[in-house]
Design a binder for this molecule. Structure first.
Ligand SMILES: Cc1cc2nc3c(=O)[nH]c(=O)nc-3n(C[C@H](O)[C@H](O)[C@H](O)COP(=O)(O)OP(=O)(O)OC[C@H]3O[C@@H](n4cnc5c(N)ncnc54)[C@H](O)[C@@H]3O)c2cc1C
Length: 420
């Protein structure tokens, strides 16, 4: 290790982005220390579906086979009318994405807490990564040779030093606040959603696809499979401004009103229930000297369409290529400025517009005419008959990725090699 360009990376936050980054770095032989404010992994119902652009990162981290063994692969997805749940447009990716140059690039599903646990086990037991629970970062500092986090622990305040610090500490990131205060440009939707994990036989009784978006201005919802034993993520729109108790009280009425079959509470089983606000925000820089931001700490989008942590995982893969390149002497530290510039560009040109459109689509005021006004849905219709067109359309989401290895010093001849 003596000839390496630096010694250690501090990752703030043991959420999905922090754990994937720690795993990739540790697997590459880079010393990594995770600082996590909580005493355990988060178990709220959040991401479960990871889109095509994130799949190569799971492969590189060495966890894809285990995710497939314990999770699900989603092939079919569609939008439906709320009046009779009839199909409007969608896709079946089984024949177009299941073998793209030998890789299955369909959306993968594995509930976040299980994915987090898998990554934590891998990073700590296989690759020597260190996690410090109950280490809450409250401040930062850096000079020309190192960066440090000021941390609150049960034993009092500490300073933890490394060569680089990466803020993977989510939407309320203390790392981002240490860099930019409360500035997080963008907006919060004047809308409310509730995410549940629910057992209800959408497929057997109603012929639903793997993932379904039901369009309605008020009672819009998503029902997507998340486990092999028939649990669905049911996320639905609610009236903003109510209390948690009011949302809980209204839930049986919402399900009876909006779900197919108009079920009473004894006809389904809810195992998780969480109201959420939604935001579209992006930090002004993802790199300031020796401090970087990834995923929700860097940018937020609404969850309709699963671009949240999918985009976050793509950040992580890009930052890993930059840090591994510096570690191996293949890249200059200035590559971290390119990380900031390119990831912000991808958020602005791909993630933000697509996720905004996904939310507008599902809560359209006139579901009956949405198809006539929706260019994307019309392209999907064309893809039903023209499979190579559908393949290109679905693979166009890979545009959110960016290959940072093209900025390695030895790649000036144009040859591109990825870090292992
Ligand atoms: C209902 C819902 C459904 C979603 N579904 C999807 C989906 O299907 N697909 C998708 O791509 N995305 C989805 N998302 C978005 C996705 O869940 C988030 O993008 C993802 O959880 C963000 O991961 P993260 O690692 O950036 O942050 P987080 O998951 O928020 O993790 C941050 C970690 O940092 C820790 N931390 C916080 N502050 C500090 C501190 N000061 N010091 C130390 N540690 C700290 C926290 O305790 C936590 O462990 C969904 C979101 C919601 C709300």
């Amino acid at each position: 290790m003596a000839d390496k360009a630096f010694k250690k990376v501090i990752v703030v936050g043991a959420g999905p982005s922090g754990l994937l980054l720690a795993l990739l770095l540790a697997k590459h032989g880079i010393s990594v220390e995770i600082l996590e404010a909580s005493d355990k992994l988060d178990d709220q119902p959040r991401a479960a579906h990871y889109g095509t652009p994130a799949i190569p990162e799971f492969r590189r981290a060495g966890i894809l086979d285990e995710m497939r063994r314990r999770g699900l692969i989603l092939s079919t997805m569609c939008w439906r009318q709320s009046s009779d749940f009839s199909y409007i447009a969608g896709w079946d990716a089984a024949d177009v994405l299941s073998d793209v140059d030998g890789e299955d690039l369909r959306t993968h599903c594995f509930v976040l807490q299980d994915l987090d646990q898998l990554m934590l086990d891998e990073v700590t037991t296989k690759y020597g990564g260190v996690i410090r629970w109950k280490h809450k970062v409250v401040g930062l500092g850096q000079d020309e040779t190192k960066a440090w986090a000021e941390v609150e622990t049960d034993e009092g305040k500490k300073k933890v030093e490394g060569d680089y610090i990466v803020g993977c500490d989510g939407a309320n990131s203390a790392v981002r606040k240490a860099l930019f205060g409360n500035e997080f440009p963008g907006f919060t939707w004047d809308a409310q959603i509730v995410a549940t994990n629910t057992y209800y036989d959408f497929e057997g009784k109603f012929g639903f696809h793997d993932a379904n978006f039901i369009i309605h201005p008020e009672h819009f919802f998503m029902a997507a499979r998340i486990t092999q034993d028939g649990m669905y993520r049911v996320t639905y729109g609610e009236t903003p401004g109510l209390t948690h108790e009011q949302y809980l009280e209204r839930q049986p009425w919402k399900f009876e009103t909006m779900l197919p079959g108009h079920p009473k509470p004894d006809e389904y089983k809810i195992v998780n229930f969480s109201p959420y606000k939604m935001h579209q925000r992006c930090a002004e820089k993802f790199t300031v000297g020796r401090v970087m931001l990834c995923a929700d700490a860097a940018h937020l989008c609404n969850p309709w369409g699963g671009l949240g942590i999918t985009g976050g995982f793509v950040d992580v893969g890009g930052l890993y290529d930059c840090l591994a390149g510096i570690w191996d002497g293949k890249a200059d530290p200035s590559i971290l400025e390119i990380y900031s510039e390119k990831r912000i560009e991808k958020w602005k040109t791909v993630i933000d517009p697509i996720s905004q459109e996904n939310f507008r689509r599902v809560r359209d005021k006139d579901p009956a005419t949405r198809f006539e006004r929706d260019e994307f849905m019309q392209l999907l219709k064309k893809g039903e008959a023209d499979r190579s067109f559908l393949k290109d359309l679905l693979l166009s989401f890979m545009e959110v990725r960016y290959d940072f290895t093209q900025h390695y010093k030895d790649k000036e001849d144009g040859e591109k090699v990825k870090a292992d």
